[in-house]
Design a binder for this molecule. Sequence first.
Ligand SMILES: Nc1ncnc2c1ncn2[C@@H]1O[C@H](COP(=O)(O)OP(=O)(O)OP(=O)(O)O)[C@@H](O)[C@H]1O
Ligand SMILES: [Mg+2]
Length: 267
Amino acid sequence: MSPPRLAVEEVSLAFSGLLALDEVCFTVEPGTVHAVIGPNGAGKSSLLNTLCGIYPVTGGRILLDEHEVTRLRTDRIAALGVGRTFQNIVVSPQESVLDNLMVGRHRLTSAGLVATALWLGRREQRRHEERVREIAHFVGLSARLDSTAGLLAYGDLKRLEFARALCLEPRLLILDEPVAGLNAAESWELGQLVLTARKALDLTVVFVEHDMGVVMSIADRITVLDFGRVVAEGLPAEVRRDPIVVSAYLGAPDRPEATPQAERTPQ
Ligand SMILES: Nc1ncnc2c1ncn2[C@@H]1O[C@H](COP(=O)(O)OP(=O)(O)OP(=O)(O)O)[C@@H](O)[C@H]1O
Ligand SMILES: [Mg+2]
């Protein structure tokens, strides 16, 4: 199946008086990697939450190809092929890496619904497990499949989260700060994995990230948010030169809320 086009049309989101998103518009073309950047509190995670139905929008529309997903439940949106990772790592620490990845297969499992015979359940289980092993190999976690997730090194946890989102067989992959907390080499590797996954699995990718080195090297286009509004949009080379972006995000010294990563000059 071909990768989807995502259209965000004048999307607004309010939290009891606070306008977290203010008529946000952008389009992600099929098969491209689209970054959303901006200072802390700009509304980036809130935007991702509206895309997968966690936060109901207060205005505007979200379209995945011809499907309007604006008011669909999260499971219906996932069923259309939207997979995501969260800003904070969400794994079951007592479970094995394999079991955490199998959770990602949940939406694709039909055994519970249609298989009355146990053998069919087992056969399907085996099929899912094979695919999970392939994905674990792809992200470099093969040797960790039987490890307890809670005992993984931080870098492996970030890979686990990425792999679990891939286990959903998404068409639109949404990543919230995929390389946060990783060192430069790990960040580069995970960034490259995103590009490889995009090509190999025919994905459209939307990601939020503060690491400007990764953003500039893997994004096809960038949308910049500040105070819930789009303040710039364009190719990486255009965005990094945009004076509004530079003052709003990339290094104004009087922005105490800017994170250390946010203050880094793009490479
Ligand atoms: N569930 C919520 N209830 C109330 N306010 C919220 C909620 N989620 C987010 N907000 C507020 O919306 C604004 C945007 O927050 P959001 O988490 O989207 O920012 P962000 O751009 O992802 O920031 P960061 O880079 O720090 O992750 C903030 O003012 C935040 O406090
Ligand atoms: Mg966030």
